[in-house]
Design a protein around this ligand. Structure first.
Ligand code: ZN
Length: 251
């Protein structure tokens, strides 16, 4: 009799990062603050906006991070045209395309749009449109959870930390703050860790998550970092002033 297929049990604990956006100072602040984990999961938009795309990819590669591509990653390798980007995003992306090295380009090009790790599905946008769809309302979240082929999903793209929880057809929403601990229980969930490199919920501190797959918990965390040094690096590269300024406001 053939052996049953091996089921990937998943790690005990994963550090979940999204929308790092070429901000190595923010990423290193998370890594200094995070507990030890078995895996690093990243949810896309590794590059774009920020000043150090190669350094961020190099760091994630060194950590053995697994994850998915976002719209900015796809744009950086020429996979989409950037006419639909707003003017600041487009200018930053034009710089990013010239700045990244061959190793970065190859690493980004190898990322899938959707990745399953045990009971968890990782996407940048949503399960039905992994690169582009913004989950910003409960109807879209409800559809996204229904599309998941695993009990739990992780997404980014909006740069806003949030949790959508579904049980018996009823959808609930939680707005986590730093230290919020979620016990998943029997519920299905779609969770957003917020953004590492460009938070947009009015709090400039880096936003990140830890998922414990054995305990069935997720926790959100905020960590401050040296924003001024990132702003100085962006100014030196003549990246758009609005992108420089927004880091200080978290918007
Ligand atoms: Zn993003």
């Amino acid at each position: 009799m053939a052996a049953p297929p091996l089921r990937y049990a998943g790690p005990m604990r994963a550090l979940v990062l999204s929308d790092v956006h070429a901000n190595i100072v923010a990423l290193d602040a998370v890594l200094a603050a995070a507990p030890s984990v078995d895996e690093v999961w990243q949810l896309g938009d590794i590059v774009g906006y920020g000043p150090e795309p190669d350094a961020v990819v190099d760091r994630l590669r060194g950590l053995g991070a697994v994850g998915v591509r976002g719209n900015h990653d796809l744009a950086a390798i020429g996979g989409i045209d950037i006419d639909s980007f707003n003017v600041d995003a487009r200018r930053a992306m034009e710089w990013t395309r010239t700045a990244i090295g061959d190793e970065t380009r190859a690493w980004l090009a190898a990322l899938p749009e959707l990745l399953v790790r045990g009971d968890w599905t990782l996407v940048h946008g949503s399960p039905r449109d992994p690169v582009w769809e913004y989950v910003t309302s409960t109807p879209v979240a409800r559809a996204a959870i229904a599309d998941l082929e695993t009990p739990f999903g992780l997404h980014g793209h909006t740069h806003i930390p949030i949790g959508y929880l579904e049980e018996g057809g009823v959808l609930g929403t939680m707005s986590p703050s730093s230290g919020s601990l979620l016990e998943l229980g029997g519920r299905r969930a779609l969770l957003n860790p917020g953004s590492v490199g460009q938070p947009r919920d009015g709090i400039p501190a880096v936003s990140w998550m830890v998922v414990d797959t054995d305990a069935g918990t997720a926790s959100w965390h905020r960590t401050s970092y040296d924003i001024a040094s990132v702003q100085a690096a962006m100014e030196a590269l003549h990246l758009p002033p609005r992108l420089v300024e927004r880091l200080a406001y978290g918007l």
